[in-house]
Design a binder for this molecule. Structure first.
Ligand code: GLY
Ligand code: MN
Ligand code: MN
Length: 454
């Protein structure tokens, strides 16, 4: 084990100077506080096989997977840090203290690699950084493991970050590595599906919190923000936070696909589109949307739009099974949308892609450590690939009937509806993970009624 070395403390100009006497006083009389023996991460039993699969793709290459760096939010305050998903998947480490750490897979013979994790260990009480360093010091941001503790947590050999060998980077090799990692993460193991189910369950609880909070939110001039805050409380209390910026969109804001400004009021005559997900402490996120009548009851035109989106979602879900083309569920959902718009007289017929004016985005995506998971995978593995057991994905068709769209009858303008659920592909078909939340208009009305009365 290398000797601990002094770190240069990150201080700022308004920090008070430290006298020699104070420095000496701070260096002594501290009790040793080692972490207990049982700190091995449960996922550490799975990470060696993940690293071995990556290793097999790049024989003889040195592979560098950084956790990422802290980013300044303002002056001497940083954004909250979340490690890169590939780093979390390969190491099992997910905490804010991973900022700056780097996993290196060093070639060890032609067909294998040795993993070395370069970390910033806890600084000893003898060097002052623990109380002077605002960015990493223990008295400022909390304790970090020392090298031996980090090894016990991960089962990976750990070295001091200062010993990280110089790493020349090559953009095309980096892109190839990112692609491989995206593709390796596509099929989820049983532990990952369990984490995603937890994320979904906490998200369902967050949606219930929002419905219960509607009377307060309706009374607030920025009711959308109130809703964002209520969901965020659940996300932060149960997990690491939200897996992406919450979309709390009422009225015509629901026609903006990713409305995250959330600065509008709520009108009881409008719908609320809530697209939100809790991210677990292990960094797996749910991604669920419900579109709810703020009065508790759908109007007939709101119900008409909602039922078409629901029929499209049912068709999409029905197309999920191992061996199906990834594009099948989108095609099935869009067929229903195009036919429905034709029945309404909005389209002349269901052929071509004219329906896209009203739906805009694709009907789903892979879900996992990232909300839009595995996005660097090659098209032949993802978009043009086939579904496999263990894929987890969303099915989320929507209709976004813009308020200024003159091709629409006036009563439809300004209505936005998305219904988004999370599913895992099984041997037989697909299992709905988010079935705890109601989807039909009648079930939504009954659920809202039960949560807001008594
Ligand atoms: N929340 C972004 C999406 O549904 O994909
Ligand atoms: Mn979503
Ligand atoms: Mn989504």
């Amino acid at each position: 084990m290398p000797e601990p070395r002094p770190a240069t403390p990150r201080t700022v100009s308004h920090d008070l100077p430290v006298s020699g006497e104070f420095e000496a006083f701070m260096a002594g009389d501290w009790t040793a506080t080692p972490l207990p023996d049982g700190i091995r991460l449960p996922v550490a039993r799975l990470t060696p096989a993940r690293r071995a699969r990556l290793s097999a793709r790049f024989p003889g290459d040195r592979l560098i997977v950084p956790a990422g760096e802290l980013r300044v939010r303002s002056n001497d305050c940083d954004h909250r840090f979340r490690p890169h998903s590939a780093y979390a998947w390969l190491t099992g480490l997910t905490g804010e203290e991973q900022a700056g750490h780097v996993l290196v897979l060093e070639p060890d013979g032609p067909h294998r690699h040795e993993a070395v994790l370069y970390v910033r260990p806890r600084s000893p009480r003898t060097d002052g950084a623990f109380y002077r360093d605002r960015r990493y010091g223990e008295f400022w941001v909390g304790r970090r493991p020392d090298l031996a503790e980090a090894e016990r947590m991960t089962g990976i050999r750990c070295a001091h970050l200062d010993d990280l060998p110089p790493t020349g980077r090559d953009a095309s090799a980096d892109a190839e590595l990112a692609t491989a990692l995206s593709e390796l993460r596509m099929v989820k193991d049983a532990w990952e599906v369990g984490q995603l189910q937890r994320a979904v369950d906490h998200t369902a609880a967050g949606f219930e919190d929002v419905v219960r909070a509607l009377p307060r939110a309706l009374a607030h001039p920025r009711g959308e923000r109130w809703i964002e805050g209520v969901f965020g409380l659940r996300a932060r209390a149960e997990g690491n936070g939200t897996g992406y910026e919450t979309i709390a969109a009422s009225g015509a804001h629901a026609c903006v696909l990713h409305w995250t400004r959330n600065d509008g009021p709520l009108d009881p005559g409008h719908l609320l589109l809530l697209d939100a997900g809790v991210e677990t402490d292990t960094l797996y996120t749910a991604d669920i949307t419900r579109t709810l009548p703020l009065s508790g009851r759908f109007t007939s035109v709101q119900r008409q739009v909602y039922e078409l989106v629901l029929a499209a979602q049912e068709a999409g879900i029905g197309a999920l099974k191992p061996g199906a083309s990834y594009r099948d569920f989108h095609r099935a959902a869009m067929r229903v949308i195009a036919e429905g718009l034709t029945e309404w007289g909005v389209l002349k017929n269901a052929e071509g892609d004219f329906h896209r004016r009203y739906t805009l985005c694709s009907s789903g995506h892979m879900l996992g450590l990232d909300v839009h998971d595995c996005a660097q995978a090659r098209a032949d593995v993802y978009l043009d690939g086939v579904l496999e057991e263990g894929h987890v994905l969303t099915v989320e068709p929507g209709l976004y009937l813009q308020p200024d769209d003159e091709t629409l009858p006036p009563e439809l303008r300004g209505i936005g509806v998305r219904i988004e659920d999370d599913l895992v592909i099984t041997a037989e078909g697909a299992e709905l993970m988010s079935g705890a939340l109601p989807r039909t208009p009648d079930a939504i009305e009954a659920w809202m009624g039960a949560l807001t009365t008594g």
